[in-house]
Ligand binder design. Structure first.
Ligand code: ARG
Ligand code: ZN
Length: 480
């Protein structure tokens, strides 16, 4: 009995030590949040120590001088005890307040703001951050480049991955999504288009100035939040599900280009419904598109609920395939965001493959015919294209054609390997499980293996991570 008793005492003492240790840890001094969120390609993007729930971005823009002034209010939750934290931001900042008290702030490099609140923040608590700023964003160089794009009639804040730094402070990584209110005061006659639902449409606020407000109620990544300011012809309608449809076309487009752009972008509602049939329910509550002046930006972007297209994409006629690509991103990229920028093929490979599916359904060529063309004609075996790895292109080749075309071939040969039934079940499970969240390639592989029962190690190693053109006969064989 006695030995038993003393053993019990010893065990109790050990448990007490552990409990006291935990308490001592909880009382340790708060520490600064990490300056990065852990992205392997961009270690300083995003920040540690807090999770943003909502951004309220309230701006005034002067098109004549490109002056942007305003206030962004961030509602966040602390995920650790914080003595300080970082915001990703590049504009000249006047003041920062945290939880109703003036905070001190310093610049670290050219796109990080280190904020030290007057009082430390405890883990789990709500944090309100108010940042006031005033700058000329087109003149702000950060990380060696500019991203805010001043146009002939306004400005575009549309880019990937880096755009938020030039117009609002944020936790700039797709893994920290939030809801958004974006409100901009502009001279009378200028239009402001952004994501989601319009809540103020050219509402006069001052003599000669109108306020435009937009609300995104669904979780949205920072780079998918956009501003298009300029002279736009706008169209408003309501989708069958009751959600607002807003499309906008730069008035500088010539009549035939504008007609081709409209013939494509006005099919947005139809294409979203088509995509929902393939990929699962549409995750958002608004729809639309914006077409900029010719060569205003040189690329299209899948800005959430309302992609932005360059007018140049419609100078030779309609381009429904591009609209399909950007709308497919609403599932692959927007609702299911990237956990790591390295996994960009999960965005571009799937959005490109959606174009092949659309072509098949339009009787313009089957996915098999397109795959054959891309594999043998567009990119013959000796094309250096085959040296870029879609699963690890490197941060400077995020948008290399291999990410798109070899990424889409990977999706196509996965389909052939597992069969149509498992393939579409995988796509819908992926978008369903990760809706409003994010995912990585290993997570996709695990899900696809679980649904298909096929071991994908060799297949994905070949298609995503091995230089050279894969041998179709070998790589599409199911591994027993
Ligand atoms: N995700 C965009 C697309 O689908 C590409 C963006 C390219 N970005 C850039 N800065 N060039 O097509
Ligand atoms: Zn894309």
């Amino acid at each position: 009995m006695r030995p038993m008793l003393s053993r019990t005492v010893a065990v109790t003492a050990a448990v007490l030590t552990v409990v006291l240790g935990v308490q001592a840890g909880a009382q340790a001094a708060p520490t600064p949040g990490s300056p990065g969120i852990g992205d392997v390609y961009y270690p300083e993007y995003g920040n540690g120590g807090y999770d943003v729930g909502h951004y309220d971005i309230r701006l005034r823009y002067y098109p004549d001088t490109d002056r942007l002034t305003g206030t962004t209010t961030i509602l966040a939750t602390a995920t650790q005890d914080l003595s300080a934290f970082n915001l990703d931001f590049a504009l000249a900042t006047q003041s920062v307040r945290v939880n109703n008290r003036a905070a001190t702030f310093t610049r670290q490099g050219d796109h990080e703001l280190v904020v030290t609140p007057a009082r430390p923040i405890s883990k789990g608590s709500q944090v309100t951050v108010v940042v006031q700023y005033d700058d000329i964003p087109s003149q702000v160089v950060a990380s060696g480049f500019t991203s805010w794009n001043r146009t002939a009639d306004g400005a575009l804040a549309v880019n990937e991955p880096e755009i938020a730094w030039w117009w609002y402070p944020s936790n700039d990584h797709p893994t920290d999504k939030a809801s958004f209110d974006v409100s901009v005061l502009v001279p009378d006659g200028v239009e402001v288009i952004s994501n989601g639902t319009p809540t103020r449409w050219a509402q006069q606020a001052l003599v000669g100035w109108d306020r435009w407000s937009w609300r995104q109620e669904r979780p949205q990544a920072t780079y998918l939040t956009f501003l298009a300011i300029g002279d736009f012809d706008t169209y408003r309608d309501t989708s069958a599900d009751g959600s607002p449809i807003v499309t906008a076309y730069d008035t500088r487009l010539d009549a035939t280009t504008a007609a081709a752009a409209r013939a494509s972008v006005e099919r947005t509602d139809e294409i979203i419904d088509w995509a929902a049939g393939k990929f699962g329910p549409y995750a958002f509550t608004a729809r639309g598109g914006v077409v900029t002046g010719i060569n205003d930006q040189g690329f299209a972007l899948e800005t959430q609920t309302r992609p932005v297209y360059d007018g140049v994409s419609f100078t030779r006629g309609t381009n429904n395939s591009l609209v399909v690509h950007e709308l497919a991103h609403q599932w692959f990229g927007d609702s299911v965001a990237l956990g790591q920028w390295k996994d960009i093929w999960l965005n571009e490979g799937f959005a490109s493959y959606a174009q092949w599916l659309w072509s098949e359904d339009q009787n313009e060529g089957t996915a098999d015919e397109i795959a054959d063309y891309v594999y043998s004609v567009a990119h013959p075996a000796d094309d250096p294209f085959w040296q870029v790895l879609p699963g690890d292109p490197g941060p400077t080749r995020l948008f290399h054609s291999a990410v798109y075309d070899r990424g889409a071939l990977t999706v196509h040969h996965l389909r052939k390997l597992v069969g149509d039934e498992a393939f579409f079940a995988i796509l819908q499970a992926w978008t369903g499980t990760n809706r409003d969240g994010d995912g990585t390639t290993p997570e996709f592989q695990a899900l696809a293996e679980k649904i298909s029962g096929v071991d994908l190690d060799a297949f994905l190693a070949t298609w995503l991570y091995t230089p050279g053109r894969p041998d179709l006969g070998v790589t599409t064989l199911s591994v027993p």
